[in-house]
Write a protein that binds this ligand. Structure first.
Ligand code: ZN
Ligand code: ZN
Length: 285
């Protein structure tokens, strides 16, 4: 039972950047904790997802990006641009890995014609200063909330992070994209909610068999940089979290792999509350 007003909404739950008929959207989350509105990751669909939660784009207090795979930040620029046209006129801090500032500058350049036009023709405020990008560190004081980070295991990317938010009334841990790491149990210790990425090995084989424009490197990449659903159950149990949610499903949208398969894998080790992430699902903390 939710014990606070704090919530985490899973806006997008698919692992990987491709979408197809029947699939969910890539990863983004909306954390509402201690009166703050925090967006974590900006995969495709994040802007629509925030609005569908009844939250105005102008109300975002902070954005955090876990790593620079496109399924986690492809829509960061479009989110800002859309918020700008929806009335945003103050700076939103963005915390992310090294290199994110280059994306932000290049996004502005790519939209320069439209941005300059709207400033001149519609009297819009300056756009470039709406985001204040800073590099992710070990701990961040967010004013009433402490964000702790842990470098996870997501080769070949090294700047990839798990996040933990501790507020006055609740705590949540997000695994980010990672291979199985037993240390995640310590990092998530006692959290009200652990959101962990998950993969089904048989589903990865099926997914790779269907690929028409890649080779065996995709299979190798997926298997060495993500976590079996069974191990996710193990981590939740060892961490003693109150609730567990799965996101970043690999595969996602494959009718051969249903809720039953995911649950069977996780339930080998975890018998507590379990949410299989669906786009728009809101979980009480
Ligand atoms: Zn990803
Ligand atoms: Zn990734």
């Amino acid at each position: 039972m939710p014990q606070t007003n704090d919530t985490l909404a899973l806006l997008g739950n698919k692992g990987g950047p491709a979408i197809r008929p029947g699939s969910q959207m890539p990863v983004s989350m909306l954390l509402r904790m201690a009166g703050k509105t925090i967006v974590i990751d900006c995969g495709l669909g994040v802007t629509r997802g925030i609005c569908d939660q009844g939250v105005a784009l102008t109300k975002i207090d902070l954005i955090v990006i876990t790593h620079l795979h496109s399924d986690h930040y492809l829509e960061l620029g479009p989110l800002f641009h859309t918020a700008w046209t929806a009335g945003l006129n103050r700076t939103i801090p963005v915390i992310g890995p090294r290199g994110l500032d280059a994306y932000w500058r290049a996004f502005q350049d790519s939209m320069r014609f439209d941005i300059d036009l709207r400033i001149r023709d519609e009297g819009r405020c300056d756009f470039d200063s709406l985001a204040a990008i800073s590099e992710i560190g070990e701990t961040h004081d967010l004013g009433g909330i402490t964000m702790t980070t842990m470098r996870n295991v997501h080769p070949p990317i090294t700047d990839s992070f798990a996040l933990r938010f501790d507020g006055p009334d609740s705590s949540v841990t997000l695994s980010g994209d990672t291979a199985y790491m037993p240390e995640m149990a310590d990092f998530a210790r006692g959290a009200d909610l652990l959101v962990h990425e998950a993969m089904l090995r048989d589903g990865v084989e099926a997914l790779c068999a269907r690929m028409t424009n890649g080779d065996d490197r995709l299979r190798t990449h997926i298997l060495r940089s993500h976590t079996d659903a069974e191990d996710v159950g193990r981590i939740a149990r060892d961490a003693g979290v109150r609730q567990l949610a799965l996101n970043h499903f690999v595969p996602d949208g494959d009718p051969d792999f249903t809720d039953r398969h995911w649950e069977a894998a996780v339930r080998k080790h975890w018998d507590g509350p379990l949410f299989l992430g669906r786009d728009g699902m809101k979980i009480g903390l």
